[in-house]
Design a protein around this ligand. Structure first.
Ligand SMILES: [Zn+2]
Length: 274
């Protein structure tokens, strides 16, 4: 599933393709995409709208429209926006957007978990409230803010990092990479981390997310950039998807366990359980 770095790369591609463009034709073929809203009603409302900017909150893409509405998109497992000169039929094509420069934005989604919500200006604050915590790459997100969010929490730190209300945008890949970077065991109780380890974890989350963006994201299954190119972060993983291989730091064998129902990769020598 695309995480913050992958979604940020998609945002940048969409921004080039869409900012300042008008949606001249909109076709939404899959009602699951816009549910509970009717897909034809959403397409009708989008028709003729101009995209003023493309933003991101956590793993959500936010297409800001003239008039203040926003189309909030989540790619979930296999959603993919592809910017092309000409539309063409393809498997799993769920939505098409014809732009006023003659190009097209196609949305395909094999697993059909992706979502698009059209929100009026007045609905947007309420939509985000309680759904997403701070943006990890924003200056407001500090070690103190992370420590505050973890206080009293008895869940494993890996599970807490996956909780979008603790910090937005971190998923399975970047949680494992950050915990390895910070030498913290994924099963460590979140509220038991002292200030030193919280600071290390905070720095590690920022480092691995920035590394992911710099690498163009991680292409493991279906993630592609808007221009169709794959990312390269998968070549830079230290622990994720590396079980059985030597830890790049100490040479011990990387192991895979389950935490919060997710496959979790760690070096048992670098990150000992206390
Ligand atoms: Zn190690």
């Amino acid at each position: 599933m695309p995480e913050l770095p992958e979604v940020e790369i998609v945002r940048r591609g969409l921004s080039v393709a869409l900012a300042g463009r008008t949606l001249e034709r909109v076709e939404i073929r899959d009602g699951r995409l816009t549910a509970p809203a009717d897909p034809d009603a959403v397409a009708h409302d989008l028709h003729g709208a101009a995209v003023t900017a493309v933003g991101r909150r956590g793993k959500y893409l936010v297409l800001e429209l003239d008039g203040g509405a926003a189309l909030v998109c989540h790619l979930r497992m296999t959603g993919w926006f592809h910017h092309v000169a000409e539309p063409s039929e393809r498997p799993h094509l769920r939505a098409l957007f014809g732009l006023d420069d003659g190009s097209w934005l196609l949305y395909s989604d094999q697993r059909r978990f992706g979502t698009m919500r059209l929100l009026a200006a007045r609905e947007q604050d309420g939509y985000w409230r309680g759904r997403l915590g701070p943006e990890p790459l924003a200056p407001e997100w500090t070690p103190a803010a992370l420590g505050q969010a973890l206080r009293g929490r008895r869940a494993p730190i890996k599970a807490l990092l996956l909780d979008q209300r603790i910090v937005a945008g971190v998923g399975n890949i970047y949680a494992d990479e950050a915990l390895w970077e910070a030498r913290i065991h994924p099963l460590a109780v979140g509220g038991d981390l002292g200030a030193v380890r919280v600071r290390r974890l905070h720095g590690a989350v920022v480092t691995v997310l920035e590394r992911g963006i710099e690498s163009g994201g991680a292409t493991i299954d279906s993630y592609r950039r808007v221009d169709g190119a794959a990312g390269a972060m998968q070549n830079r993983f230290n622990v994720f998807d590396r079980s059985g291989e030597p830890c790049p730091r100490c040479g011990a064998e990387i192991v895979k366990i389950r935490v919060a129902q997710r496959g979790t990769h760690l070096c048992p020598r670098c990150a000992r359980r206390r």
